[in-house]
Design a protein around this ligand. Structure first.
Ligand code: PEP
Length: 255
């Protein structure tokens, strides 16, 4: 009942020309409408227009941004508003990625404001949570993820929860080649869903998609996607290559 979402987070990679090349090389099979599967890429802001222009007409690949500001407009040098994302037609926005938490000082309160703003603008937030290695080693990963989830989603209604996507991204698995085992991913996803059920009710918790992120690639996607609470992937490195991205969509389609 929850469709699988394969979402590429391109981070600070792929300028407009590379973005156009990506779409030119992407398999038609990855762009067609597949029942039960959504595919999306999130290029840097400057490449969003190129992505919309290069995407073949009729392509089902959705396009998202990697961040947004929580104010409507004004003196916020370097920032981008939800109305700007709306003007382009962005479907998604990644919020609270661990790199934004670590390098740009974003905390749960800021992420919460952004989530609310994105929801009000009709852009689907992909809200990232996840523990660092030390927290897992100290067996604090459940507490950390619980706090991040509660803080990022504070004040949302059950109906709003249904409109968001959560990405569990253990920070020790991001860009490291190390992946959470399918069992580790399932354990945390089930925990997040249980916490959401306690806060927002069973129905909303059963509706929300929880993606796994952290070195997901064609070689490990199948076993991760087979887990009952893993509803897709937020994919960094492997999403930059059209052939890997196409394979990931095909693996999702085969579930
Ligand atoms: C990410 O940063 O969202 C991510 C999951 O990256 P990678 O797939 O490269 O680990």
């Amino acid at each position: 009942m929850r469709s699988i979402l394969i979402a590429g987070n391109w981070k600070m990679n792929m300028g407009p020309k590379e973005t156009a090349d990506f779409f030119a090389q992407l398999d038609d099979s990855a762009q067609k409408n597949i029942e039960g599967v959504d595919a999306a890429v999130c290029p840097p802001f400057v490449s969003l227009s190129a992505a919309f222009s290069a995407r073949k007409s009729g392509s089902a690949v959705k396009i998202g941004a990697q961040n947004v500001h929580f104010e409507d407009n004004g003196a916020y040098t370097g920032e981008i508003s939800t109305s700007m994302l709306n003007e382009l037609g962005c479907d998604f926005v990644i919020l609270g990625h661990s790199e934004r938490r670590e390098y740009f000082g974003e905390d749960d309160a800021i992420i919460n404001k952004k989530v609310k703003k994105a929801l009000a603008a009709g852009v689907t937030p992909i809200v990232c949570v996840g523990e660092v290695l030390a927290e897992r080693k100290e067996n604090r990963h459940f507490d950390v993820v619980k706090e991040q989830t509660a803080g990022s989603l504070a004040g949302l209604s059950a109906d709003e929860l249904k409109k968001i996507v959560i990405a569990y991204e253990p920070v020790w698995a991001i860009g490291t080649g190390e992946t959470a085992s399918p069992e580790q991913a399932q354990e945390m996803h089930a925990f997040i869903r249980k916490e959401l059920a306690a806060q927002f009710g069973e129905e909303a918790a059963a509706t929300v998609r929880i993606l796994y992120g952290g070195s997901m690639k064609p070689g490990n996607a199948d076993e991760l996607l087979k887990q009952p609470d893993v509803d897709g992937g937020l994919i960094g490195g492997a999403s930059l290559k059209p052939s890997d991205f196409s394979q990931l969509v095909a693996i999702a389609a085969a579930q």
